[in-house]
Design a protein around this ligand. Structure first.
Ligand code: UTP
Ligand code: MG
Length: 594
């Protein structure tokens, strides 16, 4: 019963690997070639001791030099064939493993591209990077080892056993004692090492996590003078990794001398009993030598198995993390038969929409939201921080799905469009500006791949960034750092606006996109964007009244509910909340732009 459990557990342990090995299917030719080559190598390895025995028994015993030469040459020839087989095996298995790794990375990458915002919130970006690189490499190496060792070890041990028995079955009985002892020692070592290696992998994760956080946040760390504290944190993670690795290595290190002891004891036993048989003429000296050779090969093969099992336990952590990504279901899914018509009017309707972030408890972030935006209208969403403005607009391009109610664009539920049609029809300037490494022109063209030079310039002019760009030494060809580091916050925002403008979508959403732009520039920008876009629906999120007072309609959001809808004048007359905001900002921006 206990054995059964152990077997089941082992199979369950290997299950993670089987799931990934499916990706090897494409390389079946290499996967088959590898053991074929290996068979040649092992076969040649198994022949050598026989020839050696012949040299000793026939050549050395009779002083037959030509025989020794001939057999010696044969041994060299066999060694060369064996080497060729070995090299072929290594090449086939490493090609297969490399291909497997590349495919796995590609699968993961594709999967991540299909993820919705909620998926990405759950599997953090930094962790995904480790999974796509480090973890894949770990698994890839194990696959390579598997391809080699899992064929070589059984072939060598069974072949060795057959040869040993064929030489002298009685002497082979020694193996009856050695093998179980060896298996037992292996079992003990592996059982001790398994959990330790799991812990090693967890601590590697921890070191990676601390390091990632520090690299991403190095500016903040400097600003808050936290370097000493962070060093300490990293140091402790690093040390705990070292400790556990040392412990694991100690256990593994134990295995080698144990094996050697068993091996040497077997050799002593063979020489002892073999010697007796040589004396009585039942066995030749050459046979004893060959026998010793086979026993050594068998024991080494078993050691190889031990190594593979160790590698397996290390790869498990990585494979689990990869499987977790592959098994994650994208939360936003397209309809199989989406609506084909494109979005061109730009009408938006929220129909009794409620929304809760996936997995979050408590009150919904948005409650019972209903409003209509007619084509070509400019609608502003005003509300304090955390009111739910970003959450609201994220529902339009389906970054998240509503929990209740529906969102219609041009009279069609957003869930009925394909994501491509929907998102092409809706332009977005997100709250957090993200630019890509490359030139300024590349970054604007991102919004529309086939944009001409004039189109790019027109968009930049409308976004009030053209003058700044042409004054740069390289103009539109100026390269940006990986995260647009050589631009100010407001410049980045305006570049992101230009990127959204260039495609001239039917609906444009500005999520607090002018927060880092001064009031004067903002007024110009609003006018130039309006002129540029013509009849395009615009949704502007803002916290400043000055940014919204010219809108056709203002939606006042508070705590996820609509507090009031109307023009500036209407709200000022009727809504106490709006009056409060207005008065608190009065004398600041309200005056400047009013
Ligand atoms: P929003 O992000 O919609 O607020 O979050 P907002 O109005 O745009 O705020 P500012 O002006 O940009 O600061 C609304 C609520 O949703 C929760 C937040 O805690 C907040 O209370 N939220 C937001 C989540 O639970 N998960 C998220 O991923 C984002
Ligand atoms: Mg926001």
């Amino acid at each position: 019963m206990a054995t059964n459990n152990w077997i089941i557990r082992t199979i369950q342990r290997c299950d993670f690997m089987l799931k990934l090995l499916v990706h090897l299917r494409k390389y079946w030719k290499l996967v088959l070639l590898s053991p074929t080559c290996m068979m040649i190598e092992v076969g040649m390895d198994l022949l050598q001791p026989l020839l050696l025995a012949a040299i000793v028994d026939k050549g050395v015993a009779n002083g037959d030099i030509p025989f020794i030469m001939r057999t010696g040459l044969l041994m060299v020839g066999i060694a060369i064939i064996g080497m060729a087989g070995g090299m072929g095996g290594i090449m086939a298995s490493s090609f297969a493993a490399q291909g497997f790794g590349a495919d796995l990375r590609w699968q993961l990458f594709k999967k991540v591209q299909s993820f919705s915002f909620a998926n990405l919130d759950e599997l953090r970006t930094a962790s995904l990077i480790t999974r796509l690189t480090n973890d894949v490499t770990q698994v890839q190496q194990t696959v390579m080892m598997l391809l080699r060792a899992f064929v070589r070890a059984p072939l060598l041990s069974i072949g060795g056993l057959v040869m040993a028995i064929s030489i002298n079955a009685r002497l082979a009985l020694i193996l009856l004692v050695t093998m179980p002892l060896l298996a037992l020692s292996l079992w003990v070592v592996i059982n001790k090492a398994f959990p330790l290696f799991m812990e090693v992998q967890r601590r590697v994760d921890r070191v990676n996590a601390v390091m990632r956080e520090n690299l991403v946040g190095v500016r903040v760390i400097k600003a808050f003078v936290r370097a000493a504290k962070e060093k300490e944190r990293f140091g402790s993670a690093n040390e705990s990794l070292r400790d556990i690795t040392t412990r694991a290595s100690r256990v593994v290190a134990l295995q080698m001398p144990l094996m050697m002891l068993l091996m040497n004891l077997s050799i002593v036993a063979i020489i002892w009993f073999g010697g007796i048989q040589v004396n009585t003429g039942q066995m030749t000296v050459g046979e004893v030598i060959a026998f010793i050779n086979y026993i050594t090969q068998i024991l080494f093969a078993l050691m190889l198995v031990a190594w593979v099992l160790m590698a397996f336990s290390r790869a498990k952590a990585s494979a689990d993390r990869i499987n977790e990504v592959l098994d994650t279901e994208a939360l936003i899914r397209e309809k199989p038969d989406p609506v084909v018509s494109k979005i061109n009017k730009g009408e938006i309707v929220f129909d009794r929409v409620s929304f809760q972030y996936p997995g979050a408890g408590g009150a919904p972030v948005l409650q019972d939201i209903s409003f209509t935006v007619s084509p070509g209208e400019t609608v502003a969403i005003l509300g304090g921080t955390g009111a739910g403005k970003t959450s609201l607009v994220n529902l339009i391009p389906r970054f998240f799905d509503v929990t209740q109610g529906r969102v219609l664009v041009d009279g069609v539920d957003v869930r009925d469009y394909s994501l491509k049609t929907l998102r092409e029809g809706i332009g977005m300037v997100p709250q957090e500006t993200i630019l890509f490494s490359g030139s300024i022109e590349d970054n604007i063209r991102w919004g529309k791949e086939d944009a001409t030079g004039e189109e790019i310039e027109a968009a930049a002019k409308a976004a009030q960034i053209h003058d700044f760009i042409v004054n740069l030494p390289d103009g539109y060809q100026t390269r940006l750092g990986q995260r647009g580091i050589n631009l100010s916050g407001g410049q980045k925002q305006r570049l992101a606006i230009a990127r959204a403008l260039v495609a001239k979508p039917a609906v444009l959403i500005f999520d607090d996109s002018t927060s880092a732009v001064d009031t004067g520039t903002e007024a110009c920008l609003q006018q130039s964007v309006k002129d540029y876009l013509g009849r395009c629906t615009r949704i502007i999120i803002a916290q400043k009244i000055s940014s919204v007072m010219r809108a056709d309609k203002i939606i006042l959001l508070e705590n996820g509910k609509i507090e009031g809808i109307g023009t500036h004048e209407m709200l000022l007359a009727k809504s106490p909340v709006y009056q409060d905001i207005y008065h608190s900002q009065w004398g600041q921006e309200a005056v400047v732009s009013g």
